[in-house]
Design a protein around this ligand. Structure first.
Ligand code: PEP
Length: 253
C-alpha cells in the first residue's frame, strides 16, 4: 500500500494572474521541506503558465480544472490535454459537480476526457458525489456506483485519484461528518475493487487515493483523515488563502 496524504486546491474561477502568483508563492514557501505529502494546486487556465514557472522544481504539483476530449483541431474555446502538459500540468480535475451541473457534463463525456487525458500522460482527479435530494432519498450509493462504473471501466487506474464531493457540502459550509465520509469512501474502494475484477485489470485497490471535498477547513481535515479510507482533501474556498491552505496541509495526518 503506497497511499500518503494528498492535498489539492481547486481555485475555481478565482484569481487574476498576479493574485495567483502571490498565492502560489505563499504556498511554495510554506510547504518547503514537506516530503511525505502530495500537494497540488489547480489555478484557472489563464494563470497556469505563470504559476507553472513558480512551482517548477518544487514539491507543489500543477493541475488544471478541466480539459477537452479532443487533443487538437477545430474546437473553438477548448483546451487540450497536450496543451496542459505543455504548461507543466501533471493533473486535471474531471467531473466536478459544477461542470456536471452548469455545463451539462455526463459520465460519458467525462469518460472521453479521462481516456484522452490519461493516454497523453496526465493524472486525473475524478469527482463523484450525490446532491442533497439523492442523499435524502437513500440514492447516494446508487449515484456514486454509476459515476464510477460508467467512467472508470476502461481507464488505467494508476492514473486516477477519486474525490468524493457530496454536492450539498461544496461551498455551503456544511462538511460531511467523518462517519458519513468514511461510509462513502469505503464504498468507493469496494466498488472500484469490483470494477478491477470485472474488467480483469491489474490494480491493487489499496493504492487508490480517495480525497474528500466539500467545505474542508483546517479545523475539519484532521477528523476526516483519521478515517481509514480518506486519504486527503480537494479544497475549494479554503485553498484561496495561503495561510489556511497551509494549515490544512499541516493538519492532514
Ligand atoms: C470544490 O469545489 O471542489 C470544493 C470542495 O469546494 P469547497 O471546499 O469550497 O466546498
Amino acid at each position: 500500500m503506497s497511499r500518503r496524504p494528498f492535498l489539492a486546491g481547486n481555485w475555481k474561477m478565482n484569481k487574476l494572474v498576479g493574485e495567483a502568483v502571490d498565492l502560489v508563492k505563499g504556498i511554495v514557501d510554506g510547504v518547503k521541506g514537506i516530503i511525505d505529502k502530495d500537494i497540488l494546486v489547480c489555478p484557472p487556465f489563464t494563470a497556469l503558465s505563470e504559476v507553472s514557472k513558480i512551482v517548477k522544481g518544487t514539491n507543489v504539483n500543477l493541475g488544471a480544472q478541466n480539459c477537452s476530449y479532443k487533443d487538437s483541431g477545430a474546437y473553438t474555446g477548448e483546451i487540450s490535454p497536450s496543451m496542459l502538459l505543455d504548461l507543466g500540468c501533471s493533473y486535471v480535475i474531471l467531473g466536478h459537480s459544477e461542470r456536471r451541473t452548469y455545463f451539462g457534463e455526463t459520465n460519458e463525456i467525462i469518460n472521453e476526457k479521462a481516456k484522452l487525458a490519461i493516454s497523453k500522460g496526465l493524472k486525473i482527479v475524478y469527482c463523484v458525489g450525490e446532491v442533497l435530494e439523492e442523499r435524502k432519498n437513500n440514492q447516494t450509493f446508487d449515484v456514486i456506483k454509476k459515476q464510477l462504473d460508467q467512467v472508470l471501466y476502461n481507464l488505467d487506474l494508476n492514473s486516477v485519484i477519486i474525490a468524493y464531493e457530496p454536492v450539498w457540502a461544496i461551498g455551503t459550509g456544511l462538511t460531511a461528518s467523518p462517519e458519513q465520509a468514511e461510509e462513502v469512501h469505503s464504498f468507493i474502494r469496494k466498488t472500484v475493487s469490483n470494477i478491477v475484477k470485472d474488467a480483469g485489470k491489474n490494480f491493487d485497490v489499496n493504492d487508490l487515493v480517495i480525497l474528500y471535498g466539500g467545505s474542508v477547513k483546517s479545523s475539519s481535515i484532521k477528523g476526516l483523515m483519521e478515517c481509514e479510507d480518506v486519504d486527503g482533501g480537494l479544497i475549494g474556498g479554503a485553498s484561496l488563502k495561503a495561510e489556511e491552505f497551509l494549515n490544512i496541509i499541516n493538519n492532514a495526518k
